[in-house]
Design a binder for this molecule. Structure first.
Ligand SMILES: [Mg+2]
Length: 168
């Protein structure tokens, strides 16, 4: 615990965390998605424990890089600052673009391929914060962030499942 408090956050981690928050997503929102995914297997799972796994995922450099890249593109598209055709593709969240899912995969892969199923599942169900991020009426662009958030939850759920398998 004391080591954790003294930890110095890299600029990548600070920025990734700040951008997620500024775009309207809290760590607890992602932890709620972890609960949603893990409820069938860990019915007593608490939000704080789920949030700890989300925090651990956010400490990974590969994860921070994916967050920074995806959110940057969302922000530029929102301000109409990308060149065409990318501007229209990202702003309208064109279905066949697919690179938003590719960036999400980079996050999931940090904890092995089991997260892919969870990611696919919540991407279809769109519970909680994912519903908010998919609301196209807000004028905000979350083409990348919705997949990033789903991937963060899936990765945290994978981490939790791996830990549980090693302690039980
Ligand atoms: Mg998307």
């Amino acid at each position: 615990m004391s080591i954790e408090k003294k930890r110095v956050m890299s600029m990548s981690e600070q920025t990734a965390r700040r951008w997620i928050a500024e775009r309207g997503v809290k760590v607890d929102d992602i932890a709620e998605l972890v609960l949603y995914l893990q409820k069938p297997y860990h019915p007593d799972l608490k939000l704080e424990e789920a949030a700890e796994h989300v925090e651990a995922v956010l400490r990974k450099r590969e994860v921070q890089n994916a967050i920074l890249t995806g959110i940057q593109l969302d922000m530029l598209a929102e301000k109409n600052e990308l060149a065409e055709p990318l501007q229209s593709i990202i702003k309208t969240d064109e279905g066949l673009y697919g690179l938003d899912e590719t960036i999400a995969t980079a996050i999931i892969n940090v904890y092995g391929t089991i997260g892919l199923t969870s990611y696919g599942y919540i991407d279809k169900q769109k519970p909680g914060i994912l519903q908010f991020l998919n609301d196209k009426s807000t004028g905000q662009v979350h083409t990348f962030l919705d997949d990033i958030v789903g991937a963060l939850a899936a990765a945290a759920a994978s981490r939790l499942a791996h830990r549980a398998a090693h302690t039980e």
